[in-house]
Design a protein around this ligand. Sequence first.
Ligand SMILES: [Zn+2]
Length: 291
Amino acid sequence: MQFDDESVDASELEDQRGGGGLGRGLAVGGGGAGILGVVIYLLVAVLGGGGPDSAGSPLSQPGGGTSGDVARRCNVAGAIDQYDDCFVLKAFNEINEVWGAQFARSGQTYTKPRLVYFSQPVRTGCGTASSQVGPFYCPPDRKVYIDLGFLDQLQRNYGAQGRYAQAYIVAHEVGHHLQTLTGTEARVRQAQQADPSRENPLSVQLELQADCYAGVWSTLANNAGNVTIGEADLDEALGAGQAVGDDRIQAQAGQVNPETWTHGSAEQRRDSFLTGYRGATMASCGTVPHA
Ligand SMILES: [Zn+2]
């Protein structure tokens, strides 16, 4: 995939890699939990609280690098292609640009999420996250958390090659931000609390809608000329969606149990992405909860 320009805006970025962190020994779901931990944590993130560290401690923002460092390094010709952190930030910029325009068109205000890069356990509004949780969005603090190491790991483990697969993941997480802005996330959380037996099916609905929004973004960005997405890119995105389908993840972990799915099967995720890609409107992704 290609962006129409190379300028990168780091004003929403909090770079918490490297220094700071929460100190040693605080990793939750780390070590052997690996990929399975992603499923659990993303569910926690969707629920908006009660995470592994649910004591409700206030957000701390341990120091890391500064976003200014990233901006300087990324606003250089070729940096977006060369560095994962520059690419992901650029994708994040383009995703927000598209949704900002889309919301404005319907007379609504779009508030951007913030983007946090982390490489060590990090305290969030949803609890403490180890660096193995994978990318996630936390509704209470409205931040997208990206452990860039996970994107590497994803490519290695699942063969989800390519830049567009990475952009798809960021678009999925920003899709969860849309669900917070529209009130969908709050509605689903209430429904889950009212009927805990629906917790996982409702989580799947949220996740599939976020996949659908990623598809919508892809078409809107393409149409606006912000990015050029080719057929091969689309295959990559679908590959990534399928790679992180719960059935695949659980198959790798040794068992498949649909009752515990929180993200949907590979096929469901592919279908949802394509629904958004073809429909190209948020409405085409339907409303959640649905029956
Ligand atoms: Zn998700």
